[in-house]
Design a protein. Structure first.
Length: 117
């Protein structure tokens, strides 16, 4: 009985610690917005309205629940692949640049922020 009570208390303490622990990979919204501004992403995209590119809310809805969402968007913004515009023409998507160069953590944070919209 004593061991069962100790186990239950230990399990409850572990669960409480997990519930109140800050997320290890929380999105840094300000850093994501700053990177988007530095790369002129907001020239073609907005959070909630379509411009030449889709609104970030539309992007998030399109990829909601898809296991490859993050990987797919990272590829899209770092490879220069073609992007389709509302008038039907295609252009190479601008490659997001970071400082220091090719900082995958910054790119990942930006993508996670987009997907959180």
């Amino acid at each position: 009985m004593k061991n069962t009570r100790k186990f239950a208390l230990s399990a409850a303490a572990a669960l409480a610690a997990l519930l109140f622990m800050p997320a290890a990979h929380a999105v840094d919204e300000e850093a994501a917005k700053a990177l988007a501004k530095q790369n002129n992403c907001l020239k073609c995209h907005a959070i909630d309205k379509e411009k030449d590119g889709p609104a970030y809310k539309q992007v998030a809805a399109k990829y909601k629940g898809k296991a490859n969402a993050e990987t797919r968007l990272i590829e899209h913004i770092t490879s220069g692949e073609k992007a389709k515009f509302p008038d039907g023409h295609e252009e190479e998507h601008k490659i997001v640049k970071t400082s220091p160069p090719k900082d995958t953590a910054q790119v990942k944070n930006l993508v996670q922020w987009i997907l959180a919209q």
